[in-house]
Design a protein around this ligand. Structure first.
Ligand code: DX5
Ligand code: ZN
Length: 218
């Protein structure tokens, strides 16, 4: 399976988003990771479908929507209408996960499920055959710039083994603390999609930082 770089705009300069997107496009970014936070599921607040729609107007890259919100079911249609390519919900928040994931697919987006560092991958065993991606959080969600939680590597290895043994084809995504020091290890563990926020957008040269990560996974 291919390896994709998904810069997270959480750490970008929001006063010049389209300019920031150009920098990562030039570097060969594959997806744009959008962190949607509601101040309830996580203690931080970001943006919603209106901003996602604006981003979609100024890029051709697929939008990877990470919903860290209460009751995500209520907003799935809005994010699809805003141009979402992937929509990922948290296992910890969704009661009828099978229904939610099938609904995302029915509405025309790729369906993802995320788990927090304290949530075991076993909680996903009954949906692995219907998801397009599994997002392993390698920090506790809510903020950019946190330190990578190393036990995530074993989780990714375990999930990748399960995927291979069962002949499944979902992508494995990692999110949190990904930089030039951590990306290789998660790549070797079986990751396909790499989210990186601060290591790209807080760098002096955004294009060079993204290109370096892209290079480390290819
Ligand atoms: C955290 C978000 C991440 C965040 C990652 O809740 O889901 O996508 O932007 O930021 P870094 O790469 O700085 O850890
Ligand atoms: Zn995220």
């Amino acid at each position: 399976m291919s390896k994709f770089l998904a810069p997270s705009i959480l750490s970008a300069d929001f006063s010049n988003l389209s300019g920031q997107l150009r920098y990562i496009e030039i570097a060969g970014a594959d997806l744009i990771h959008c962190d949607i936070m509601d101040g309830q599921f996580v203690p931080n607040l970001t943006f919603g479908p209106l901003v996602v729609k604006a981003i979609n107007k100024v890029t051709n890259l697929p939008l990877d929507i990470h919903l860290m919100i209460k009751n995500p079911d209520a907003l799935i249609q809005d994010f699809v209408d805003a141009g979402a390519g992937y929509i990922t919900v948290h296992q910890e928040e969704v009661t009828h996960l099978n229904r939610t994931l099938n609904n995302i697919k029915k509405l025309g987006a790729k369906a993802g499920v995320a788990i927090n560092p304290a949530t075991p991958i076993e909680t996903l065993s009954e949906v692995l055959d219907i998801v397009d991606l599994v997002l392993i959080m390698s920090v506790n969600p809510g903020f950019g710039g946190q330190t990578f939680i190393h036990s995530s590597v074993d989780k990714i290895k375990k999930l990748n083994k399960l995927k291979m043994d069962s002949n499944l084809d979902f992508a494995i995504e990692v999110d949190g603390g990904i930089n030039s020091k951590t990306i290789k290890e998660v790549s070797e563990a079986g990751c396909n999609i790499f989210v990186a926020g601060s290591s790209i957008f807080k760098a002096d040269n955004i294009t060079a930082a993204a290109a370096e990560l892209k290079n480390l996974i290819s």
